[in-house]
Design a protein around this ligand. Structure first.
Ligand code: 6GU
Length: 238
């Protein structure tokens, strides 16, 4: 998969893309992430990217020309499955959108900034607007980094042991159970006995029950429409 990111602030991506799993995914050629400096597509003397909104009011709007030029150049080089804009006005991002995005070959992500983007960019070029939640960020860069991180880790091969993907929170419509590692007792706090039993049936039963309780206590919204049993048991019967 190739992801082209268009931003007025390329340095914001240096950290997130160059560590851990995202670094490995790029080194292993599972993902190619290309960050484009929007300023390279501004042609006036001051490399202006934004301007005040028609009709007045506070804030600045990203001008259409640099974005059109950058996106059209990319689209002349290869076909893109989606042209995404990060904006608080977008559809709220979730694991289902993430899964669908991870199946594409080529994505463009435009990082919204300042007060917004000239609507003509959205009307003519953008095919999907995404928000990462109901709060306001200073710009779309951190949202784009969140989308990239969550999408790239789903590309087959990026996370070595497939098991840890399958047991992700949300993958089966419920939260993941709590986990423990050695030592069996730490500062008077013991690890639940079932987990130490070495009996896989007992371990799995404990985990199912714990995951269900956590989901019911914290995210009952995830259980809507589900029967009173863990999602993975339901799935098996289909
Ligand atoms: Cl995608 N952009 C901005 N600026 N703020 C946000 C957001 C995006 N998602 C949530 N808040």
């Amino acid at each position: 998969m190739r992801i082209d990111v268009i931003t007025a602030f390329p340095p914001l991506f240096q950290g997130p893309l160059s560590e851990s799993i995202l670094k490995r995914a790029q080194e292993g050629r599972y993902a190619e992430i290309v960050v484009h400096d929007l300023r390279a597509y501004a042609h006036d003397k001051h490399r202006t990217l934004d301007d005040s909104p028609y009709g007045g009011g506070a804030g600045m709007i990203l001008k259409p020309e640099p974005l059109f030029e950058c996106i059209e150049k990319l689209q002349s080089e290869r076909p893109y499955d989606k042209v995404i804009l990060t904006t608080p006005a977008g559809k709220v991002y979730d694991q289902n959108m993430c899964k669908r995005l991870s199946m594409h070959d080529n994505l463009i992500i435009i990082c919204g900034h300042y007060k917004g983007v000239d609507q003509r960019v959205i009307d003519a070029l953008v095919t999907m607007e995404i928000s990462i939640g109901d709060y306001v960020l200073t710009g779309g860069e951190l949202a784009a980094a969140v989308i990239i991180d969550s999408v790239v880790r789903l590309i087959p091969g990026v996370i070595g042991d497939g098991e840890s993907l399958l047991t992700d929170s949300f993958m089966e419509g419920e939260l993941d159970c709590p986990y423990y590692t050695r030592p069996p007792e730490f500062r008077g706090m013991p690890v639940p006995e079932d987990l130490l039993s070495g009996d896989h049936k007992r371990v799995n039963a404990w985990r199912s029950k714990a995951a269900r309780k956590l989901t019911r206590d914290r995210r009952p919204d995830l259980m809507a429409g589900q029967e009173d049993e863990p999602a993975h048991e339901k799935k098996k019967r289909k």
